[in-house]
Design a protein around this ligand. Structure first.
Ligand code: ATP
Ligand code: MG
Ligand code: MG
Length: 370
């Protein structure tokens, strides 16, 4: 029997553990939060990510991976040479810092939104004009679900937003007039063999992913281009393991890379119920060096996130669970997390025999989730 170590114990670790078990693989997570979702289906080492005893327990696994890029690079570096770490600290260091990541994407031949690095106050001068006059200010580190971001349209707004974010190093990105958002995952082993996940279409609201749909309604050739970019990044960054690229598709069809997640991704959750291999099993296989080929749903499918939404008085607005359960083609996935406004609490996957049926079921499902 194999043991897989994971840095981070959130819902992605929970779902990785659930996918690992039938393969004869048990999961051990290092995660300081006592209430973390993976506690219920994995061995939970409750300690800081850099805790020596916790890391020693991970070093006893067959391989170590991560489910969360906001773990310290030092944790991966401390494991280096003791156990295969996939991805490794060098790849994590690239993908956890927005400016470093964008520079590394360009070095791999991928286009990104125009951006300016804002490390000190002096960098703000003229920055907005350089990205096209309308921008998104993002903290270089620790942001997720649109946290640590602000829309800015004037120099005054930029200065105010930078103060609001605490004068920390940031990236100012030009606002991209995208036609749609897409994502695609790639797995790569030490021999350089690659396998790809499906091209998925994503809809965000207030910086949080709400809905993902397969197949994407993208122009002919988009999937091949997305794979080409994913392969270039994975090769150039010497990936071992799995990563996911988020794309902006421009009206002319061109793909810009928005960001990279060094792991399974929220947009890939629909692979759990699409009938093919799931992204979670793909990451487990990639990290343990088990056989892996391309994974893709066998049926049209979609995913809707359940995010904590409050009414005017701050009370939780709950989804209509009974109606969701009664809707044909749904599968509910809950993360066992306490309710908080803006927090991802679970998701509902939806399958259908054809795309027209998927879209009509999807609009009914969306009506049941606040
Ligand atoms: P996560 O890691 O959860 O995907 P994040 O906090 O890292 O989120 P981003 O992916 O950078 O955030 O941005 C969230 C969403 O905001 C994007 O998916 C997109 O909808 C919108 N967005 C981000 N950057 C831009 C941009 N430069 N132009 C237009 N829209 C953008
Ligand atoms: Mg992100
Ligand atoms: Mg994103």
């Amino acid at each position: 029997p194999h043991t897989l170590g994971i840095l981070g114990g959130g819902q992605l670790a929970q779902m990785l553990a659930l996918a690992a078990l039938p393969l004869g693989v048990q999961v051990r997570v290092l995660e300081p939060d006592p209430e973390a979702p993976a506690r219920l289906c994995a061995e939970h080492l409750q300690a800081p990510y850099t805790d020596a005893a916790g890391l020693a327990a991970l070093a006893g696994c067959d391989a170590v991976t991560l489910e969360f890029e906001n773990v310290p690079v030092e944790a991966l570096v401390a494991l280096n040479g003791r156990v295969p770490v996939r991805p490794d600290g060098a790849l994590l260091a690239r993908s956890k810092h927005r400016a470093v990541e964008k520079e590394a994407l360009r070095a791999a031949g991928a286009a990104t939104a125009p951006f300016v690095r804002l490390d000190t106050a002096a960098d703000l001068q003229g920055a907005l004009a350089r990205v096209g006059g309308q921008g998104l200010l993002k903290t270089s580190e620790l942001g997720y679900d649109g946290k640590g971001q602000a829309r800015v349209g004037t120099e005054t707004e930029l200065r105010a937003a930078w103060s609001e974010l605490g004068h920390v190093p940031c990236v100012l990105e030009g606002l991209v007039p995208f036609e749609r958002e897409l994502s695609l995952a790639v797995a790569r082993n030490a021999q350089g063999q690659m396998a790809f996940g499906p091209l998925v279409e994503n809809v965000h609201r207030q910086g949080i992913l709400r809905t993902s749909i397969f197949p994407a309604q993208a122009p002919e050739g988009s999937e091949a281009r997305a794979r080409e970019l994913a392969a270039a990044v994975a090769g150039h960054w010497k990936l071992e393991g799995l990563l996911t690229l988020e794309f902006f598709q421009l009206p002319g069809g061109e793909l810009l890379v928005n960001e990279v997640a060094p792991r399974v991704h929220n947009s890939g959750h629909l692979t759990q119920d699409g009938g093919g291999l799931s992204q979670f099993e793909a990451q487990v296989r990639a990290v343990l060096g088990l056989p892996l080929s391309d994974w893709r749903p066998l049926h049209p499918c979609a995913m809707v996130n359940v995010v904590g939404v409050a009414d005017e008085r701050g009370q939780a607005l709950n989804p209509d669970w009974a109606a969701i359960d009664a809707l044909e083609g749904t599968r509910v996935h809950l993360y066992h997390k306490a309710w908080r406004a803006g927090r991802k609490l679970g998701h509902v996957n939806l399958v259908a025999p054809d795309e027209a049926t998927l879209r009509s079921r999807l609009s009914r499902l969306q009506g049941l989730i606040p």
